[in-house]
Write a protein that binds this ligand. Structure first.
Ligand SMILES: Nc1ncnc2c1ncn2[C@@H]1O[C@H](COP(=O)(O)OP(=O)(O)OP(=O)(O)O)[C@@H](O)[C@H]1O
Ligand SMILES: [Mg+2]
Length: 235
């Protein structure tokens, strides 16, 4: 088996229940999914269908109530919380639906914090600035999140996820707050990272246009895979 054919993500019969007192919410109801290394996968589905819950599993932020999740050869569903945190820091670039920026840090510092600490201060800053520039907000490097618009905060969050240059990028509606034109530029950037660095990309989006640039689109419905469309892209 060549590297390109290896699976980055293997989910088997994944169930995630949330117990809320008397009520149990079945967020995922038996998901089995394989994502190859270097693949660009779009996750689509209505609000509440389980998209974020699924991403959280792949990013190692959450574990299944039942079933297994293997990512980059690590059986995440069997790791301790600390082991998963270490895995995440090393291997996953995450862009949250809710940005999760640190309010006391500037845009630049928010991006720096996502990058490996193996770099020295200058390299760190150079790389963080480069990614802020790529998402079009280098001029806001010194601003705090409270001084930024929703779309600008989203781009800082995106720069943080990308600047890590991780083998796996997990994105939850990364352009949800952006206008059509900026959104298209951002998807182009994500696609370029996928092609140039070989990063595996798993991205939740409401934009069906994105499923056209992805290798594969997974449609969720009520916590189940309703359909998978492969090979939109030739070659
Ligand atoms: N922490 C939680 N506690 C209880 N229920 C939850 C929790 N997180 C998610 N859920 C429920 O699980 C289901 C799936 O939620 P999820 O956030 O994965 O949906 P989604 O597809 O990402 O929706 P959206 O497009 O609105 O972001 C929903 O019914 C939601 O209410
Ligand atoms: Mg969500």
């Amino acid at each position: 088996m060549t590297m390109a054919e290896q699976n980055e993500v293997v989910m088997k019969d994944v169930v995630r229940d949330y117990k809320m007192g008397e009520v149990t919410v079945h967020a995922l109801r038996g998901i089995s999914l394989e994502i190859k290394r270097g693949e660009f996968v779009a996750i689509l589905g209505q609000s509440g269908s389980g998209k974020t819950t699924l991403l959280n599993m792949i990013a190692g932020l959450d574990v299944p109530s039942n079933g297994t999740v293997e990512v980059s050869g690590e059986m995440l569903s069997e790791l301790t919380r600390n082991q998963r945190t270490r895995f995440r820091r090393k291997s996953v670039g995450i862009v949250f639906q809710s940005f999760n920026l640190f309010s006391t840090l500037t845009a630049l510092e928010n991006v720096e914090i996502g990058i490996s600490f193996a770099l020295d201060k200058n390299e760190l800053q150079e790389r963080a600035l480069r990614y802020l520039d790529l998402v079009g907000i280098a001029d806001k490097a010194a601003s705090f999140p409270s001084q930024l618009s929703g779309g600008e905060q989203q781009r800082v969050a995106l720069a943080r996820g990308l600047a890590k240059e991780p083998p796996l990028l997990v994105l939850d509606e990364p352009t949800g707050n952006l206008d059509a034109e900026t959104s298209e530029e951002i998807w182009d950037l994500i696609l370029r990272m996928n092609k140039e660095t070989g990063a595996t990309v798993v991205a939740v989006t409401h934009q069906t246009s994105v499923s056209k640039i992805a290798h594969k689109a997974v449609f969720l419905r009520s916590g189940q895979i309703w359909g998978v469309t492969e090979d939109f892209v030739e070659g």
